[in-house]
Design a binder for this molecule. Sequence first.
Ligand SMILES: *[C@@H]1O[C@H](CO)[C@@H](O)[C@H](O)[C@H]1NC(C)=O
Ligand SMILES: *[C@@H]1O[C@H](CO)[C@@H](O)[C@H](O)[C@H]1NC(C)=O
Length: 315
Amino acid sequence: MLNEMRGVLLVAAVSMLLVCHGADGSRSIPVTEDANPKFFVPLNEANSTPRLINQASAPQGSGADVTYFAGHGVATAPDGYYGFIGTMDVYGFTLTQGQESAAAVWISDEGDFSPSNLKTIMIGWEVLPAEYGDSQTHFFTKWTNDGFISTGCLNQKCLGFQPEKGATIAPGAVIDHTSSPKGANKRNLNLKIIKNGTSGDWLVHCGVDRDPELIGRFPRSLFTGGFADRAVGITFGGVVMAPVTKPPPMGSGYIPTTDARSSASISNIQLVDRDGHAWPVKGDLPKFETNRNAYAVSPIVNGTFFYGGYEQPVV
Ligand SMILES: *[C@@H]1O[C@H](CO)[C@@H](O)[C@H](O)[C@H]1NC(C)=O
Ligand SMILES: *[C@@H]1O[C@H](CO)[C@@H](O)[C@H](O)[C@H]1NC(C)=O
């Protein structure tokens, strides 16, 4: 139960971010030659940080847990989004019970922004001792059709995600040999989720240090409303949750504003349109940071951004 609530919180944190940053389009469009200019239009960036933190963390749990988020998101394509491609470098650290650190992509439709209307698929890596009983790094995915009120779960704890026969990795699997923040060799989690235009299933592709291959699907029948057909928003970033007194590392633990070369990245970011065409993100997208002194993101340059912070000393 506690872990399900955590799931809600992590999703809700991002949900709030998108709520509080309504589409505006007043900033210039950073890309040039794309078919649909609104595909990449940045949202208007507003500074509502204290409100975001309070809303994301206040209602549930002991009241002492705090969620922090740092990432980029977009929700402006008139036709919606039909998938994404991206690569995360994967890190590991020792967390204690009650701490959580994840890197994720959310594809979502928040409807009218009431909690029960949140529909989302989340995928990435996480360290979460309360769930896995260890402090290893796990590949994970999570879904809901109603803000986790009666549908959805982490990995395969409920019916939902359907693994592909012979898949090389399953949700919940340990990713060993994680990256060293200062080293050249990175462990890369290559991700792709794309809608099958015929069946409507969300097809999940994943590869650790190899090209992503089909590992399973979220059937179209899990979802109602518009999310059965497309996503409204796509968000990339890091999210951590912990008691106020024990903030965990996000990403590699290094904050990009002072140590970009050691911080974690999400790269090769592409967004998929209705026709199944993947468009590389060439310009920046709006960023969301709930506490930018502790956890931050860099701008997106050539489809790559850096994010994270807190734990590691700046060397
Ligand atoms: C996409 O959906 C069609 C129709 O159901 C099916 O024949 C095809 O195998 C699906 N492709 C994948 C990769 O699942
Ligand atoms: C841009 O990103 C792509 C994909 O990640 C990479 O292959 C390419 O080397 C990058 N180009 C530059 C100039 O960094």
